[in-house]
Each structure stands twice: as C-alpha cells, then as structure tokens.
Design a protein around this ligand. Sequence first.
Ligand code: ZN
Length: 364
Amino acid sequence: MSGALGGDHPPVFWHKVGWGEGSRATLIPTVRATGEQRGARRKAKGPRSHANGAGLALYAPRRPYTSLMAADLREVAHAERVGGRDYDALAMRVEGADLHGGALRIIGEQPGGHRTYPMYMASLPARSGKAPKASVLLNGGTHGDEPAGAEAVVAFLEADIAGQWPEFAFTVMPCTNPWGHAHARREGPAGRDLNRAFRRASPRTPEVSIIKRALAGRAFNLYVDCHEDIDAPGLYVFAPTRLGNAIVSAVAATGPIHQGDLVDGEIPLNGGVVATDSDRSRERRTGWLTWPLPYYIARYRQAHDGPTLSDEGDPRALSGATIETPTFLPMHQRVAMHHAAIDAALRLLREQPPRDGGTARGAL
Ligand SMILES: [Zn+2]
C-alpha cells in the first residue's frame, strides 16, 4: 500500500480541487449517493496534477478527515499489514486518466467494512469517428490478490493504448473487486469468489449485480480478463487455441511462459495455453454451476456479428482470453506482459475478417 496515512501530505480538506475543467473524462455518477458522500467524493479527488505520478501516494479520504472513524483508520492499518493496496490512489489514477472523449462512470459502490468502494467503467468510442469495427471489453482486479491485473488495466487507460486502435470501441472495468484489491484478498468482502458467482445474483455478491447491470445492452467481440497466478512459473492464458498461441508468442519477448502441462494440478496446459475451444473445456463448461465472469460474457454479452475470435462451432465458446501473469516477477514486468497479451489479441482481432452478420445470433 503506497504511503497511506502519513505520506508527504496530511490527509486534510482540499480547498480547491480544480476538477472538471479541460478535456478530462466526463464522470457520470449513476448510483445515488447522499449529499454528504457526493461532497466528500469531490473533496477526495484531490489535485489533478498527478499525471507524472506525483501525489499518488496521498490517502484520499472519501469523507472529510474529521469524520473518518477510528474504524476506518483501523481498516487502513489492517489493509497495510496484509499487503493490500491503496484503492483510493488507484481510483484517483482512473479518474485522472485522459480518456480522449470517452466517458467514465461509477457503476456502483462495493460495500466493504466501514466504507464503500467506487467501481468504475470507462466507455471509449472508436477514435476513428466511425462505427466501431469491433467492441472490446477489458477487465482487471476480480481477484484482489492479483494486483497486476488492475494495474495493467489502469495503465492501459493512463497510457491511452486505446488510441492505437482507432477502429475499436472499448469498455474498460479497471477493478471489479476494489475491497479485495485494498485487502489483498481473492474474494469479495462477503467471502465469495466473485469469479464463481456470475450465474446467480446473491446478496453476498452485490458487486456481481453491479457489473451485470452495467453490462446490460452491451455486446463484445473480444474480452480480455487480466488475472495473476501466485504459483505459476510463467504466464499462461485461457483462450481459444489460435488466440492463446498468438498471445503466448507475443508475450514470450517480455517474460517467461508457463511450460508445464497442468495448471492447478488438473487443467491441461499446452505451450502456455489452456484451450477453451477443446472438447474437454466444453465438457467442463456444461457442468459448471458457478460461472466465472468470462463465461457470463460469452453466454450473454458476446457479439455474434463483426469479427470474432471464438470457435465458430460453438456460440458459447469464449471469444476472449483470461491472462494469468506470475506474481513472483516485478510489477512493471507483469504489467508489460499483460499489455503485450492485450496487444496480441487486438492485432488478431484487427486481422480477423468480419463474420457474416448475425449468423449465430439467437443461438443462445
Ligand atoms: Zn484470478
């Protein structure tokens, strides 16, 4: 956790936040917050001159400092002890990223302990100004103890990588489990693995309902989900074979690839790829009672016109990749590996001829 309390600056009121002018992204709160919460959020945004990294170490209280409870302070201290990260700093980076005409929304507040955590979604229209050739969903931070996923997706926004792909529209969820990120925990605050909770809504997974609501009405040609693996000796990826192979060969220049033949002692791995278009993967999916987010996307949010990287034969195959970086490497290298993987997936999507519109629509 980068310098929470007691950093360079004391966590006091900011008198002038200087927010809102210039070409920053539009922030559209869609969840009703109380007047006090809204006021605190405005204050918490802090100075916007942190593009160079200065000021990121600030602890940004979501309420005025005078109303921070002792319990909040204990929670921050606990998060620091267990190796959690400063979600408020991450949120400031998301809000500070120049989205070049894109829109940033708070899609909901994840309840956790004595506070809530804003969940963000950025919508980046095709920079070409024309209708997008494909829609891409990018996600990080579903498992809070896999921080490079969220880091990579936030850095994707900060570095304006979408600008290199003007023909595509992007939907970006930088961190889908903020509490987990702050506490270095895989699960959400109610103890559930969110990536096994996308089949049915549950009172114990309010984040999942927030994400599903935010995705309503959207469909994607490609989905990249950024994760990590604490046991892996190198990167591996869950993806259709061709996409997986393209990712692995691109990433090999930036770091090691998992060369083993099993993941978690049971999932077959071949050259760093868990093939989601194999018969065995299809069989496994039919028996799933708990759905990971990628499977939910494949079932309900997958576009069936335009280019697709999914297996032609199965409309429920995943037209996407779950990237797993090995956590033993330094953070900057894991982020670079995620970016190389995303780049490879987008390159393949660019090369892919558009599918005859809508042939598979209605097959779900
Ligand atoms: Zn994970």
